[in-house]
Write a new protein. Sequence first.
Length: 306
Amino acid sequence: MKQTASHQLIKHLLLLPALGMVTHALAQDNEVTTYRQEVEAWHQNREDELKKKDGWLSLVGLYWLKEGSNSFGADSSNAIVFPKNFPERQGGSYMLDKGKIAFHLNNAAIKVSGYNGTDRVITVGEADRQPVRFAIDGFQWIIIRRQDKYGLRVWDTNSPAVKQFTGVPRFPVDTAWRIPARFIAAESEGGPILFKNKIGQSFENKAVGKIAFSYKGAPYTLDIISASREGYFIVFGDKTSGEQTYASGRFITVDKADDAGNTYIDFNRAINPPCVFTEYATCPLPPQSNVLPVAILAGEKDYHIH
């Protein structure tokens, strides 16, 4: 009996490492499953945002204002001709005078929100987060500024692009593309980050820093275009650009680093810029320093190629 018990004990001890390996493997599988579910939920929210009444798929016009009076409406006699299904032949006008914009609306049915002025004059910022909104019968529009250019950005809830949307193609979610990274702050005496946008303008943003990571043993860095509460915003290109992915690069937001400078760059969350979904966007382009010499086979593919 003692020999049998001893043999059973030995067998039990021999099984313990194997059981530990199985338990560890199951835990890893659960982590991967949970991660993939998180990315899928994030991407579903991303597609829902695209389809919103002020999402990129609903954008149907971008009309640049000229100095002086700019009449608008569906009629071709206007300085700015809105889409044919816009309900007003003459909607009113916008007077641009050296960066200040006064508006006159012909119809009281055009609603104005986010405006507290009394003289109907708006000063538009470079990137107003809460711009004045104008709306009527499924249409809404705002005034945007891009350096010295001012324009009307127009959405239509009945945009054909929303009705035709069936989702954004992607590479399969792969945990290997969630890569440990480090935030390297810009030196105080460092120069600005330089980049251009889709309409040919050049920009200089105050340097924030870089994201450094390794892929297949080789080191890479990406310049941060801007930082916010959401994280570090990066525009990048790679060997897939113009083939499987959008020719003018993709966007990615990297989570803020911890106190030690550690974070992750998750290429599964690389997305198409708005210019993929509408010709009326003014997307930033990747600076040359952000064009990676490798193929990033993760994140969104080009919406129009696939």
